[in-house]
Design a protein around this ligand. Structure first.
Ligand SMILES: Cc1cc2nc3c(=O)[nH]c(=O)nc-3n(C[C@H](O)[C@H](O)[C@H](O)COP(=O)(O)OP(=O)(O)OC[C@H]3O[C@@H](n4cnc5c(N)ncnc54)[C@H](O)[C@@H]3O)c2cc1C
Length: 390
């Protein structure tokens, strides 16, 4: 069922059901094969796009369904809950926010309808660099104004889905850090048409990772980007990126909740059916308790995700809740993954149980898109008023 067939007002419940149904067409063997080949789930992403799920946050006037963030969170949660992997396409949902909030009308008309229909893929987000890491204000990629173009030189790392995207949202310096009034000034955001850039100085190099995640290094060698592709004002890009981060945190947290649910259901079912010493292993409290504990952690994190999404939708500040939701949900999914592995014993390591694959996949979310330490620094400084630590 496409999102367009779902009656208004019944969205979230029905969306959950129909996403579950869509995911049934992509059984575990589909994901195992991709994992073996480190291949991108093009058919799955196309099915989600065609059914309108990746464009729920795009306003109706640009061809999307204009739903609130909680609808997007429900979609990603269900994808993960079904054993699938939304990392192949989740970024479109939160990257697009920069264009929506800070782009001009011409840019929105030019890109959003294509993104909504699935014709244009905006999946690549170029922020992290090898020498700056978490310290985003120290990025070195530079965009120099040259007439009606910017000329981009530099390198990004961990630019996921770059090989499977038509457009990239790029953060680059337009004023060197030393010359900027504040370290957060002097960075700008661009929409880079990668189909053009690949013909003129942009190179993409895949990075093989411990899980199947289409991530890459991207090199810019005098890549010319039309000045009309600058989003908002030159020099204010860091603020635009920051303004999208709460949505990103909430959506990733929802994915972790979905992962946790998958692990908990898998572990409970196996614990109830696997007989050792003549009785189900789940009859032993030593087997039950880690699963039950991770369930309690997941439920608590889920409440935080809902609270963060609700504040976000009311337009209220939700930095504290979005950050904590991301951290708690990533920890809950990891606790559930651990319990699931331990419950399955040796069989956790067999590919056909899917536990080892999901275990590798869910570990990422304590590191990316923001690591736990940086969330704790945020809470320490911005919520508890302690001194800035970096
Ligand atoms: C699979 C994958 C996909 C990714 N996709 C994207 C993407 O699409 N686009 C993109 O731009 N980026 C992407 N990233 C990058 C990701 O956001 C970064 O890896 C992450 O922000 C951490 O940066 P880093 O790896 O450079 O670690 P570093 O900054 O080098 O940090 C290493 C460790 O030190 C800790 N640390 C650093 N400074 C401090 C401090 N002051 N206090 C306490 N602890 C500290 C960190 O928490 C971390 O644990 C991806 C990463 C991965 C692994």
């Amino acid at each position: 069922m496409s999102i367009r067939d779902i009656p208004q007002g019944e969205e979230i419940g029905q969306i959950r059901q129909s996403v579950r149904k869509l995911c049934e067409s992509f059984p575990p063997e589909y994901w195992r094969q991709l994992d073996r080949d480190h291949a991108y789930p093009s058919e799955f992403v196309k099915a989600l796009s065609d059914a309108g799920y990746l464009s729920v946050l795009i306003p109706e006037e640009y061809g999307g369904s204009g739903l609130p963030l909680s609808a997007a969170a429900a979609i990603l949660e269900e994808v993960q809950h079904a054993g699938a992997n939304g990392a192949a396409c989740h970024a479109q949902m939160y990257i697009m926010g920069a264009l929506l909030r800070h782009g001009n009308e011409e840019q929105k008309q030019k890109y959003l309808p294509g993104i909504a229909s699935g014709e244009l893929r905006l999946q690549a987000f170029g922020v992290t660099e090898p020498t700056s890491g978490t310290d985003t204000t120290s990025i070195k990629t530079f965009a120099r104004r040259d007439g009606d173009h910017y000329v981009v030189n530099g390198q990004k790392v961990w630019t996921s889905r770059a090989e499977h995207s038509d457009l990239m949202l790029l953060l680059a310096r337009t004023t060197p850090k030393e010359q900027a009034a504040k370290r957060t000034d002097g960075m700008s955001v661009f929409i880079v048409d990668m189909r053009e850039a690949l013909k003129s100085g942009m190179t993409i190099k895949p990075i093989r990772t411990m899980m199947n995640h289409a991530t890459t290094e991207v090199f810019f060698d005098n890549v010319r980007v039309p000045a009309e592709n600058l989003i908002g004002e030159e020099g204010k890009g860091f603020r635009y990126i920051l303004s999208g981060m709460n949505a990103e945190r909430i959506l990733i947290a929802a994915e972790c909740i979905g992962d946790a649910k998958w692990f908990i259901e898998k572990a409970s079912a196996y614990a109830s059916e696997r007989q050792v010493f003549g009785r189900p292993i789940g009859q032993n409290q030593g087997v039950q308790f880690p699963i039950a504990r991770s369930y309690a952690q997941m439920r608590a994190a889920e409440l935080m995700v809902h609270q963060a999404a609700s504040l976000f939708e009311k337009g209220q500040d939700c930095g504290e809740q979005a950050n904590m939701a991301k951290m708690l949900a990533a920890e809950a999914s990891w606790a559930a993954a651990e319990a699931c592995v331990q419950t399955h014993g040796g069989f956790a390591f067999a590919e056909e149980y899917d536990v080892e694959r999901k275990f590798r996949e869910t570990r990422l979310y304590q590191v990316a898109p923001i690591s736990t330490n940086l969330i704790l620094s945020y809470v320490s400084e911005h919520v508890l008023g302690m001194p800035r630590s970096y």
